[in-house]
Design a protein around this ligand. Structure first.
Ligand code: GLU
Length: 503
């Protein structure tokens, strides 16, 4: 029987999930679904100092909003749980000890001061301090001390960590689905800490042990983890476990293409880099989210899929099911991909056009308290009329507000352009025409007003511009006669009068 594909997304709850994390989750989801496998969420919260309140809920909500839910994880327990590393604490020590017993790891008693001294000393000489084969026998650990000395130190309650004993002079052959074969000379690696003096495992140990216990078949993660791959391979080998297959996804670059995309780029250039809005629990700072800014999850997902992957055809619009169908690692690039804020808007515009009026009306109605009691059919109608102009769902209110409310004030440039000495007289006449209309239909309003303009020999703009300003508050909006028909006779008259009075 073929083994079932099992992948995991393993974020640390240190803050809001960056868009790069969502991309990693997406590629895991696509790969799992393509192969009928499981998508596991594991929360890597072994670093207590970096734990941020609310971050886990944020991750879960983000995945759900994006439409890439996990099959197994916190709150969706199966036999491989628990899924928070802090709840698996008891598991890790015995694995670290096992490595020590078998000669793959050792206890190290060097104090923070000693290590700091070596670091600074090296720095002063323009070198980097690396704790490994070339100096480990000169440092304070179970390789340099006798068995008795080690026992004594442990009995005394001296703090120690467990370090991996990186082999000297070995070439390790690594395999990656995106990068192919990579060789690493182990001589350059340091003896990474696997288990800390506070009784917690480090990322490396917990990650490998959990991937093994959770029966993960493919590890799909960001390129920033590539430097850890050699250690991870060696850990699997030391435990005598089969390593999963690895795929390291390319970096997401700034819009300029220079360097990794960061939160600051979003702030500086005015686009979100997080799926949902995030309020920093420490200082209350708000970071923008795609959801709140008016993006549809389908658009964000379609956009993210193309950050590092392409179908090899001209097709750009993909539903999530189509992405699952088309996804494969041989179409994932090695090179970083540039984050293009215009492109995500382009996708969003497309998905808004493809949304039904009912869907858009729901979004619009739920976004504004004043629309709560409004007739949903009216909202659907006006949403449908303006949607081709919307790049963001948050544009919908600006594009439709005049269907619901009289303008409170008027756009200054529009007033300058539209209001002349005779405007009040002209608008009064239009009002009279409207008041006397028996059948208040768009066609009727239009033909009556236009006929009058013609007989008076007036310029079209002289009438239509102020009329638009009266109805909309600016020179924006759909066809003036259509607006009048939709808001009704009384409202049209009252808006015209209001502008006359304010002239
Ligand atoms: N906890 C790591 C992170 O925050 C997981 C990396 C991995 O997937 O191995 O990204």
């Amino acid at each position: 029987m073929e083994t079932k594909v099992r992948v995991r997304f393993a974020p640390s709850p240190t803050g809001p999930l960056h868009i790069g994390g969502v991309r990693t989750a997406l590629f895991n989801f696509l790969f799992a679904k393509k192969h009928g496998g499981d998508f596991v969420l594991r929360i890597e919260d072994t670093d207590q100092n970096r734990y941020v309140e609310g971050a886990e809920d944020y991750i879960v909500e983000s995945l759900n909003w994006c439409g890439i839910p996990f099959d197994e994880g916190p709150g969706k327990e199966r036999e491989n749980g628990p899924y928070r590393q802090s709840e698996r604490k008891a598991v890790y020590r015995k694995y670290a000890e096992k490595l020590v017993e078998n000669g793959y790891a050792y206890y190290a008693f060097d104090t923070a001061e000693t290590l700091d001294f070596h670091r600074k000393d090296h720095e002063a000489k323009g070198k980097t301090f690396i704790y490994n084969w070339h100096n480990r026998l000169k440092l304070k650990n179970s390789l340099s001390l006798s068995k008795e000395e080690v026992e004594q130190l442990i009995q005394n309650g001296d703090e120690y960590v467990i370090r991996f004993k990186s082999p000297e002079n070995e070439t390790i052959l690594l395999n990656d689905l995106v990068r192919g074969e990579i060789t690493i000379d182990t001589s350059i690696l340091d003896d990474k800490v696997l288990f800390k003096s506070d009784g917690m495992p480090t990322y490396h140990l917990a990650n490998i042990v959990d991937d093994h216990l959770m029966e993960i078949t493919h590890v799909i993660r960001g390129e920033e983890w590539l430097p850890s791959l050699a250690l991870h391979y060696m850990l699997y080998r030391s435990f005598g476990w089969e390593a999963p297959i690895f795929a390291h996804l390319p970096l997401i670059l700034k819009p300029s293409g220079k360097g990794k995309l960061s939160k600051r780029d979003g702030d500086a250039l005015g686009f979100p880099v997080f799926p949902l809005e995030w309020r920093d629990p420490k200082n209350g700072d708000i970071a923008k989210g795609f959801r709140e800014e008016g993006y549809l999850p389908e658009a964000l997902i379609n956009f993210l899929a193309f950050l590092g992957w392409n179908p090899g055809t001209e097709q750009e619009i993909f539903s999530i099911d189509e992405l699952v169908e088309a996804f494969s690692f041989d179409k994932v690039n090695k090179a970083g991909s540039r984050f293009d804020p215009d492109k995500v808007k382009w996708f969003n515009h497309h998905y808004i056009q493809n949304s039904t009026d009912v869907q858009l009306a729901k979004i619009l109605q739920s976004s504004r308290a004043e629309l709560k009691e409004m007739d949903p059919q009216y909202i659907e109608l006006v949403a449908g009329l303006v949607k081709e102009r919307a790049n963001l769902t948050s544009d919908l209110w600006d594009l439709t507000r005049y269907f619901f409310k009289a303008p409170r004030d008027y756009d200054e440039t529009a007033i300058k352009k539209a209001i002349k000495d005779d405007t009040a007289t002209i608008l009064s006449k239009v009002r009279d025409i409207v008041v006397h209309l028996h059948e208040f239909t768009k066609d009727n309003i239009e033909s009556q007003v236009k006929e009058w303009i013609k007989t008076e020999g007036l310029g079209f703009g002289k009438v239509m511009m102020p009329l638009r300003v009266a109805l909309v508050g600016s020179l924006q909006g759909i066809d003036v006669f259509e607006i009048m028909f939709l808001i009704g006779k009384n409202e049209s008259v009252s808006r015209i009068e209001k502008l006359i009075q304010s002239i």
